[in-house]
Write a protein that binds this ligand. Structure first.
Ligand code: 13P
Length: 342
């Protein structure tokens, strides 16, 4: 394993002012997103949409890496350049989602285990040849009556560490993503305790399975009030509770923490990240690896129409720019107006 290469890639992904675009929606998920804008999910529409994102001029000022899906890493831009090559040429590191999705966990109604370890070693070799330099694996835990169970937390943590070890062996930086969903009526205190239990299990497994912490990134949820809770925590509370949780569970050897947006509004995801960075410096870089919070306005502007590509690219650039500002805690809500008018 080339430890130095892993560390350099990990650090490049959390370079100051930059973060990651998660464009690794599986075929099922992108179909849902397209349905919301009335676009049919054909292979060519999916390709055209990713083309629009990846060719957005200037995005590389704020985007260090892009997570691709299996289909996408095999596709080409409109000018015939493979997407991974196009991104690398612009100084954006290509990555790949390698899990096979969350499936029902045996003997645990309503809980899931993320699959995809069988044959992973061989798939990683191929992805590296296709240009990937980092990987992502997402575990999903939900807060409910008696859930998540310790059983679901620890089996998912074990699988995350198996994935991380195989990725590092292949020279790929693993993005370890234990997502606690924020759907439900739970309080922010409950989210804090479940997120802490989860991160504790994940770092125990990473340690036991000899993962090089300097050559990985953590992709956690922020600690929020349940989306259906009548009491919603303020931006300051979210920033403070999320930071407290991370300080207690994430070793300083980890170079960066790249949050998922998890269904927050675009503006909230940016404001929360900015508030955390305002309270820095921290032992790790605090950055983003957003899917919906970077893409939602672009998707809405595009609506599958080639005539809207420019407007969609402007919308994506604007979100990337504002999240870039949040990396140094210098975002404010009034910047939303300025960009929209520009
Ligand atoms: P969201 O930011 O939309 O939660 O997506 C990030 C991601 O990659 C989930 O696996």
């Amino acid at each position: 394993m080339n430890e130095q290469e892993l560390q350099e890639t990990a650090r490049a992904l959390v370079a100051p002012g930059k973060g990651i675009l998660a464009a690794d929606e599986s075929t099922g998920t992108i179909e849902k997103r397209f349905k919301s804008i009335g676009v049919e999910s054909t292979e060519d529409n999916r390709r055209a949409y990713r083309d629009l994102l990846f060719t957005t001029e200037g995005a590389e000022e704020f985007v260090s890496g892009v997570i691709l899906y299996d289909e996408t890493i095999r596709q080409k831009a409109s000018d015939g350049t493979p997407f991974a090559e196009l991104l690398s040429a612009r100084g954006i590191v290509p990555g790949i989602k390698v899990d096979a999705g969350a499936k029902p966990l045996a003997n645990a109604p309503d809980e899931t285990i993320t699959e995809g370890l069988d044959g992973l070693r061989e798939r990683l070799v191929e992805y590296r040849l296709l240009g990937a330099r980092f990987t992502k694996w997402r575990a999903v835990l939900s807060i409910g009556e008696g859930t998540p169970s310790e059983y679901a937390i620890w089996t998912n943590a074990h699988a995350l560490a198996r994935f991380a070890g195989l990725s590092q062996e292949a020279g790929l930086v693993p993005i370890v993503e234990p997502e606690v969903l924020m759907d439900g009526t739970h309080s922010i205190e409950t989210a804090y305790s479940v997120t802490g239990r989860t991160q504790n299990a994940v770092f125990t497994e990473l340690h036991d399975q000899r993962i090089q912490l300097e050559g990985m990134l953590l992709k956690p949820n922020m600690v929020l009030s349940g989306y259906e809770s009548s009491e919603q925590a303020s931006v300051d509370e979210v920033a403070e509770m999320t930071l407290r949780c991370l300080y207690r569970h994430v070793p300083a050897a980890v170079p960066g923490i790249v949050f998922l947006s998890g269904g927050q509004s675009d503006e909230d995801a940016t404001a929360h990240l900015s508030a955390m960075n305002e309270r820095g410096p921290h032992p790790w870089e605090l950055s983003f690896s957003y899917g919906r919070a970077l893409q939602a306005p672009a998707l809405k502007a595009w609506r599958g129409d080639g005539a809207n590509v420019e407007a969609a690219q402007r919308a994506y650039y604007q979100r990337a720019r504002l999240n870039g500002a949040a990396r140094s805690g210098s975002y404010s809500r009034d910047m939303e107006e300025v960009g929209a008018a520009a």
